[in-house]
Design a binder for this molecule. Structure first.
Ligand code: MEV
Length: 447
């Protein structure tokens, strides 16, 4: 490493105070830019206690990174009305969700159903004994593992959750002595990551202890090595369904594209079918679903990386990546459905620590984890419906460009009066950065 690069290596960064961290960054990565301190400080929260809470969510924090917090109103889900909090930086996502919600409002709204809520974890280990021997020992071992984790499970059991099944697996393709415990859990209203990981680590410690001291084991059978203990973010049995349905003729009430409703529904169905069979389309289609899902997952301080990873694995569960939603038309009855795994929590984690996540849950009426699964699935379906509706009718650029125009106008420092004029002008003209700049130049010359 040359001296210039060496200067950029630092030890003890995490121990430095915020000021010193910024100073170091400024010096080595920002060409001594004098504005950086002020820029970062401008996003600090004025309430120092709250800023300390926010800093505590991560490490080496220099500032906060604001994202828009919006609401998609008019969601009727299982007969109840919801206003859905969404945190997202992409224009037109909230607008599309809100418009889909309004579309379905007179048609009965969204229907949802939790299929199951099983969470999973794995203990991966090597053991030198045979499968038959393991089989003969397992019933007693399972009892021991359950007993040695009662201190961890007691509270969850009081709430109706806990360890469900403990299965063991061998996978010779991983290694001749590879074993796995695949453990299922119910974690009630918490996402359950800490609960599951603590139990799995205790299982590991107990197994190790057992192998070292059980008198019935041969010397060879004492060779047990824990590889790792960790929850699985793939939860194909923590699944929720959301759907909308109506008689095609009833859509006349809400479809305002000028299109024939029957034609619209069949075109829509084809669009979904393309995503069921073509992975290039399926990824974009599902990305649209996650536009809605992630936004509510973020607003409620849930783990969007876990939700995404799991959702995409589920989309490929039969060996081909497919759309997570499906559409059927049977005798003039239109049904559009989303089936998705969502492992969520409404207690624990940051859900009550982040003030805006807390507010999101309040807006949603303090839902249980099951209710939140349903709300989020409905939002994903709405988003998907909104995107497909645009795609098979006007195309998405018309809506996107309206939002894009707003961003360009803000970027170019347009006044509210200029914005109004520009919006009217660009109803009839194509939006581009250059076109907007030219419009503003023209506007300034005329004024
Ligand atoms: C853009 O963020 C999302 C869409 O591309 C989704 C889709 O194509 O279905 C519009």
């Amino acid at each position: 490493m040359n001296a210039f690069m060496q200067d950029k290596v630092i030890s003890g960064f995490s121990k430095m105070d915020k000021q010193a961290k910024i100073e170091w960054l400024r010096q080595y990565f920002l060409d001594d830019d004098p504005a950086v301190q002020e820029q970062l400080a401008s996003f600090w929260h004025q309430d120092e206690d709250l800023q300390r809470v926010l800093d505590g969510f991560s490490e080496n924090t220099l500032s906060n990174f604001p994202m828009p917090f919006g609401i998609a109103p008019n969601f009727k889900i299982n007969g109840e009305m919801y206003a859905i909090p969404m945190v997202i930086e992409e224009s037109s996502v909230v607008a599309a969700a809100a418009s889909a919600a309004k579309f379905w409002l007179p048609l009965g709204g969204f229907h949802t159903e939790v299929v199951d809520t099983v969470k999973l974890g794995q203990l991966h280990f090597r053991w030198a004994g045979s499968t038959a021997r393991w089989e003969s020992l397992f019933a007693d071992l399972e009892k021991m593992l359950r007993l040695e984790t009662t201190h961890l499970t007691a509270n969850m059991e009081k709430r109706g959750g806990g360890i469900r099944e403990i299965k063991w697996l061998r996978k010779p393709e991983i290694g001749p002595d590879y074993y796995q415990l695949l453990v299922s859990f119910q974690t009630c209203d918490s996402m359950g990551a800490n609960f599951i990981n603590s139990i799995l680590e205790q299982f590991g410690a107990s197994l190790k202890q057992w192998a070292a001291s059980a008198p019935e084991l041969s010397d060879e059978e004492r060779r047990l090595e824990i590889i790792m203990a960790i929850l699985s973010n793939y939860t194909p049995e923590c699944v929720v369904k959301a759907w909308v349905e109506c008689e095609i003729a009833d859509m006349e009430k809400t479809l305002r594209t000028g299109d024939d409703v029957r034609h619209f529904c069949h075109k829509f169905e084809t669009a979904v079918n393309i995503a069921r069979h073509d992975p290039y389309r399926a990824v974009t289609h599902n990305k649209g679903i996650f536009n809605g899902i992630d936004a509510v997952v973020l607003a409620t301080a849930n783990d969007f990386r876990a939700i995404e990873a799991c959702g995409h694995a589920y989309a490929a569960r039969d060996g081909q990546y497919r759309s997570l939603s499906s559409c059927t038309i049977t005798e003039d009855h239109f049904r559009f459905e989303l089936e998705i795994p969502l492992a969520l929590g409404t207690v624990g984690g940051l859900t009550k620590l982040h003030p805006l996540a807390k507010l999101s849950l309040q807006i949603l009426g303090q839902p249980s984890a099951n209710e939140l699964m349903q709300v989020i699935a409905a939002t994903g379906l709405a988003q998907n419906f909104g995107a497909l509706r645009s795609l098979v009718t006007t195309g998405i650029q018309a809506g996107h460009m309206k939002m894009h125009l707003q961003n360009i106008l803000i970027h170019l420092g347009a006044t509210p009066a200029q914005m109004e004029e520009a919006k009217a002008y660009f109803e009839e003209h194509t939006v581009s950065f250059t076109a907007v700049r030219e419009f503003l130049d023209q506007y300034n010359t005329v004024q």
